[in-house]
Design a protein around this ligand. Structure first.
Ligand code: AMP
Length: 296
């Protein structure tokens, strides 16, 4: 069965109103299309937990700080619909740019603090674009639950903060990152990697997982960070935007791991920007003792 593709808010509202009246729960999976197994895993989880599921496909111009990135972003709606068909989601919400941002549109949703660091520091306006479109998607779909990938961990935390602060009654669910066999996090941008860069790109995951393991064993982050950056550059990465150890909840920078610590990286390879993140296993973290004081 083909999934209905909705283009107008009136159509969407008619559908969601009927579902609500029937007492059915609604799950939403916001995407920018070019769907891969990472996106499909979110839709599968939504199907398992909600009566009705809407997958949204909208390449949101407001979250692109680089016009070239927006122009090159893959748009594959037909094959996206084919990939979604076996999941039997209830609707694809694929509004036009004008439907989403009609002439005169003047509102921005901006989350402070969490957006100052990591991708926020390197992509001005990006998270305003994300928070604005996700607010609209939550209100448009009237979703009870919304599914986001941990692959974009900062985005997940920003969206959680936004829903909480604005009393939007949509529960934000974080889902594990789906990876290729060699560890590379699935991403629509991977399609733009040339073969050699594609092979080298998997080093990002290996570097992060090795660093997470070494941190768990008590290694010093400053030295580890330098070695990890060198390894990335030696493998073919052109630039490291950030390689940070941060707290999961508020994303504050850490100099040593603590419970809930996470590694975050953004780097460029072959003209493509890749991001990834991994938790630092907490259970076995060595208890750090104060340095021994030799004199009083
Ligand atoms: P995007 O289309 O890239 O904006 O992503 C839409 C949603 O899919 C976001 O919540 C992403 O975090 C999530 N996502 C993207 N890649 C993956 C992945 N490899 N594993 C799990 N979720 C992902």
């Amino acid at each position: 069965m083909t999934t209905p593709i909705l283009r107008s808010l009136t159509e969407l509202r008619t559908l969601t109103r009927a579902w609500r009246l029937a007492g059915q729960s609604i799950g939403v999976v916001p995407t920018m299309g070019a769907l891969h197994d990472g996106h499909l895993s979110l839709a599968e989880r939504a199907k398992a937990e909600c009566d009705r599921v809407i997958v949204t496909i909208f390449v949101n111009p407001k979250q692109f700080n680089n016009p070239d990135d927006l122009a090159k972003y893959p748009r594959t709606e037909e094959s996206d619909a084919v990939k979604l068909a076996p999941l039997a989601v209830d609707a694809i919400w694929a509004p036009s740019g004008d439907q989403m941002y009609p002439a005169g549109f003047a509102t921005t949703v901006s989350v402070a603090g969490l957006t100052d660091v990591l991708c926020g520091a390197h992509r001005p306006g990006h998270f305003d674009g994300v928070a604005t479109v996700v607010t609209k998607l939550f209100l448009q779909t009237q979703a009870d639950r919304a599914y986001f990938g941990e692959k974009d961990f900062q985005q997940l935390q920003v969206v959680r903060r936004m829903a909480l602060d604005l009393d939007i009654p949509t529960h934000v669910v974080g889902c594990a990152t789906v990876r290729e066999a060699d560890g590379l996090a699935m991403s629509s941008r991977n399609l733009r990697l040339q073969p050699q860069a594609r092979v080298a790109a998997a080093t990002l995951y290996r570097v992060l997982s090795d660093a997470a393991g070494q941190l768990e064993q008590g290694a010093d982050w400053t030295a580890l960070r330098e070695a990890a950056a060198d390894r990335l550059l030696a493998t073919g990465f052109d630039e490291i935007e950030y390689l940070d150890l941060r707290a999961t909840d508020d994303l504050r920078a850490l100099t040593a791991p603590e419970a809930g610590a996470r590694l975050f990286a953004a780097c460029w390879i072959g003209g493509v920007r890749l991001i990834d993140n991994l938790p630092v296993p907490g259970q076995a973290l060595r208890k750090r003792t104060d340095p021994v004081r030799l004199s009083a």
